[in-house]
Design a protein around this ligand. Structure first.
Ligand code: ADP
Ligand code: MG
Length: 130
């Protein structure tokens, strides 16, 4: 396991609904204030826990693995990133990208059930929100 790291901030608008249409909404986080931290990390696919103001704590990868009734633009999101799945890759087709993301999702879901990762859910940084 990697040393867990934290980022947080308001959920901001991205280019639109494309990913939601594909069934893979990704909550975009403003990088103001954490760009230094991000530049120190290898790019790739990570998983961890997400705390959303007033809503609770969810698994994420980096799409929140939960069905929401509505959008949450502007809400504060806090992430505890606990594991690394793979580097960024180029995909020959959209279908292969989507298939890979679904594979990432099962890896994240299963890993987050393991005690070593599931204990990070109790992280103060997240629970102080709800
Ligand atoms: P954008 O390009 O604006 O990021 P997306 O199509 O990627 O749009 O959708 C992300 C938005 O969808 C989030 O900002 C959030 O408001 C909403 N959303 C609803 N359900 C989820 C979810 N399970 N995971 C992430 N975002 C979600
Ligand atoms: Mg997005």
């Amino acid at each position: 396991p990697i040393e867990p790291w934290h980022i947080g901030g308001p959920v901001v608008k991205g280019f639109g609904r494309g990913s939601k249409v594909l069934g893979i909404p990704t909550a975009n986080l403003s990088t103001d204030g954490c760009s230094n931290l991000l530049s120190e990390r290898p790019s790739g696919v990570y998983f961890g826990w997400a705390g959303l103001s007033n809503r609770g704590i969810y698994k994420m990868e980096p799409w929140l693995l939960h069905e929401f009734e509505d959008d949450f633009y502007g809400e504060e999101i806090r992430l505890v990133i606990v594991g690394y799945i793979r580097p960024e890759l180029n995909f020959p087709s959209l279908e292969s990208l989507i298939a890979k993301i679904h594979e990432d999702r099962s890896i994240a879901k299963r890993a987050l059930e393991l005690p070593v990762y599931s204990k990070c859910k109790d992280n103060l940084c997240l629970s102080s929100l709800s």
